[in-house]
Write a protein that binds this ligand. Sequence first.
Ligand code: TYM
Length: 315
Amino acid sequence: MKFMKTILSGIQPSGRPHIGNYFGMMKQMIDMQKEALVYALIVDYHALNSIQDAEKMREFTRDVVVDYLALGFDAEKNVLFKQSDVQEHTELAWIFDTITTMPYLMRGHAYKDAEAKGKEVSVGTFNYPMLMAADILLYSPDIIPVGQDQKQHVEFTRDTAEKFNRIYGETFKLPESLVIEDLQTVPGVDGRKMSKSYNNYISLFAEDSEIEEKVMGIVTDSSGERPENVYAIHRLLKSEEELKPIYEENIGSYKKLKEMLIEDLKAFIAPMREKRAAIAGDENRVREVLEKGAERAREVAAQKMQEVKKAIGVI
Ligand code: TYM
């Protein structure tokens, strides 16, 4: 028990998760939960940059809890909690702001993308990586399972920890990100990164009709031997060896391959969707899980914050 690794990752409550979130992050959390202490964080304050509607915020937050429970997350052994329940996250983020420069944060991919699109970037979006660094460093985790798009944020976290340690003395442990090689970026139905904002996703708990519609809509190009966008999603569910004969037998027959993918996705999603439906109405369970999670997280975060406050000389 003593040498158990600590795993931490977060997800924004910004709508229902898709299979990209699952294979990029949630699956790793579930797979590791027996032999590690897992902190599963719902980053509602991060999501405030895009969700500015109280009802939606409540609903989406509650949804993430139900999603995790439906996937089999053990909230008794591990810690499922929301960021806003632990005030140390925003408190530590401020302290990190004071040791971080604007040019450094301007290197952030998320910031650069928003700038390139001509969007007016909120201060919250600009400082996003500092709140994420606080999320992570309060709990001294060993590993952060994330998709490729979050790797830079974990690098920023490491840099920030190093910088703090250099200025104020050894305080934070440097975490490693875990990006599963094959699944760095799960592609969407148009071949770009699967993302809520591109509307190219397949929901993790999709109804059969959504699966059919989305898969039939996968963009295929006729130049290659196999439809890469179909194959890339299929690869999430089956090994290369299993897929090889199927794709060889059906060269050129994209419709057939799509139908096979539909069957495999249905078989994969249906049991999880049913489990989710059975839990979804249980408001009490959701509340209890979050209360318990907050209590356990607060204890660890408060202790780390005491160390930080001593280090910077405010106590
Ligand atoms: P978020 O909410 O955008 O996404 C949650 C997780 O899903 C992964 N992901 C993907 N992985 C593979 N392929 C895809 N197409 C795909 N789309 C999303 C993301 O990489 C992520 O791991 N900043 C984070 C949340 C966060 C966090 C943290 C993560 C806040 N604090 C502390 C780890 C540790 C985010 O916006 O993830």
